[in-house]
Design a protein around this ligand. Structure first.
Ligand SMILES: NC(=O)c1ccc[n+]([C@@H]2O[C@H](COP(=O)([O-])OP(=O)(O)OC[C@H]3O[C@@H](n4cnc5c(N)ncnc54)[C@H](OP(=O)(O)O)[C@@H]3O)[C@@H](O)[C@H]2O)c1
Length: 307
């Protein structure tokens, strides 16, 4: 098995150029090796060596602590700013000691919050601009004029380069887009063989129509696919192992190759803290699944053959 470099992709016709894998920072504070600038820099370097230059954050990750931990690493090596792309998110409001005013978990897509959250992320991350800012969750109180106004202003001021959404339905995406003066570049949603809804509910169809890359979060269903005892996880694991045998590959590389096979050009957001697992995942780019292998994994996840 040879190591492969992670390819680059233009996320949208007027979107940023990113790596086809993003490294997801949600769990970095849980790394048993620690989350010091040194350990985070080691992970960033391992990613860059493979061609992974895109890092997926959110203001809330790690109880509002991940951006700051990552930013402390960037402060030690500011030259990294020109080598990486930063995606971060806003609008989820956690009940957390870091946000004493939040009495209940809620969403906030007011202009004031979008603006202040983006500015705080810039400071935490020690970068001059956010490559992509995502609205993290659809807000039932979304005022599309107001939210779009805040995103337009952030873009005009150069604080964000692009904007996108996460966990939005196609209708919610269209609503926000209708009030923006620039195109949204992604919808980041949960996709994995145990979560097939985006293939069926119009989410990936919309991305393909607009030629924007969706982003897949929790690609291994939070590790369930590799270690879970649930029936569907056990079925998917057995299927990945079988296909891996045919390709002389590892099951994880087969899983990630399954995302790559989809014509919407999914950008997969890796969540492992283990550098060897990031390296192993990257081998998926040397694997092409055929149509029937792809459906074997689908059927293992859904528990049924397609109708
Ligand atoms: N937009 C959203 O609403 C949203 C929601 C959730 C996540 N995200 C983004 O998506 C990223 C990825 O999500 P995720 O962390 O849930 O990804 P994931 O890959 O589904 O789950 C990661 C978990 O699976 C384990 N794992 C990964 N590969 C493994 C393997 N080969 N064998 C055994 N265990 C394995 C990891 O443990 P080890 O660390 O020990 O490998 C880790 O605990 C996040 O970092 C975040 O950036 C976005």
């Amino acid at each position: 098995m040879t190591d492969t470099r992670v390819p680059r992709i233009q996320m949208a016709p007027k979107g940023p150029e990113l790596s086809r894998f993003a490294y997801g920072v949600w769990r970095i504070l849980d790394d048993p090796q620690g989350a010091t600038p040194a350990t985070i820099l080691k992970k960033i370097d391992a990613c860059l060596e493979l061609g992974i230059t895109t890092f997926d954050h959110a203001d809330i990750y790690g109880g509002y602590g991940c951006e700051e931990a990552f930013g402390a690493a960037i402060k030690e090596r500011p030259e990294l700013k020109t080598k990486i792309e930063i995606i971060t998110k806003c609008d989820i409001m956690l009940v957390d000691p870091a946000r004493p005013d939040n009495r209940i978990k809620h969403y906030d897509t007011s202009a004031a919050h979008i603006q202040s959250s983006a500015e705080r992320s810039l400071g935490n991350l020690n970068v001059d601009a956010l490559d992509v800012l995502l609205l993290h969750r659809p807000d039932p109180l979304l005022d599309a004029d107001e939210a779009a106004g805040a995103l337009n202003a952030l873009r005009e001021s150069g604080k964000i380069r692009h904007a996108g959404v996460s966990n939005f339905t196609p209708a919610q995406f269209e609503l926000l887009q209708s009030r923006l003066n620039f195109p949204l570049v992604t919808n980041q949603v949960e996709i994995n063989p145990l979560q097939l809804n985006p293939f069926l509910d119009g989410t990936l169809d919309q991305c393909q129509r607009l030629r924007i890359s969706p982003m897949a979060w929790s690609p291994s269903a939070g590790g369930e696919i590799f270690t879970g005892k649930g029936e569907a996880a056990v079925r998917v694991r057995a299927c990945l192992e079988k296909i891996a045998g045919k390709h002389n590959a590892t099951p994880d590389a087969i899983l990630y190759a399954w995302f790559n096979r989809h014509p919407s050009n999914i950008i997969t957001v890796l969540g492992t803290n283990q550098i060897e697992r990031i390296q192993s995942a990257a081998r998926c780019f040397a694997i092409e699944l055929d149509r029937q292998e792809w459906f074997e994994i689908w059927s293992a996840g859904s528990g049924a053959e397609v109708p």
